[in-house]
Design a protein around this ligand. Sequence first.
Ligand code: ZN
Length: 252
Amino acid sequence: MTTAGCDLLCIGPHTDDAEIALGGTLAVMAAAGRRTWVADLTAGELASNAEPEERWAEAAEAGRALGLTGRLQLALPDGFVSASDRDQVAAVVWLLRRLRPRWVVSVPEPRRHPDHLATPALVARAAFLARLPALAVQAPQVRWWRAEADGELAERWICEVVATTCLPDQTPAVIVDVSAGWEAKLAALACFRSQFRREAGRRPTHINDPDFLASIEDRARAWGRRAGVTHGEALVTDAVPVVADLLDGGWR
Ligand SMILES: [Zn+2]
């Protein structure tokens, strides 16, 4: 039987998306010995600031800050991520069969960016198709950080849970207490100097406005208040927790 290759895989369109949306969860789970991976769908070639090489170097640094087991980057077209493009779906099917994650989480924010709107649909379609062995896929162009994932390409793979990070106006299915991982998340975000710092020569953007980092903190504190902890990250999924004892678990 094919076994899981990692415990949690976060898929975002661009480097820094996983850190912004799920960095605390990735850090907390890595510290608990879980195998955490990040996959960036594109090299971010349309970014307002920095070329893909600089962004990849920052992503590697952020990966270390979060204690990731691994990270990789596909070469889907930045700005044109699409769930209806057969080659893009096949690339993500390959990714899921190769990494064999138990949980996969995609990043739907910011909603004004078409790649973020498209990513959850792309991942959901690929997660369904990854379980169909009749669908054969070729290895796409991949850039690995550190080393390739252990194990071989599975003939089929079924993720236990497919989730997205929770938007402010949605009801979370689960809130992760990331208080213990918050420093690591901030350290990871600080690695993306080209994106978050409005230094000389950089174009002003939504995310290098100093208020942006404050908004990340505010969001985490709001989910944390809801959960009775300092900092939280929230997820949405159709999956539900199944328990034999309603008193078993941290319901709030
Ligand atoms: Zn992005």
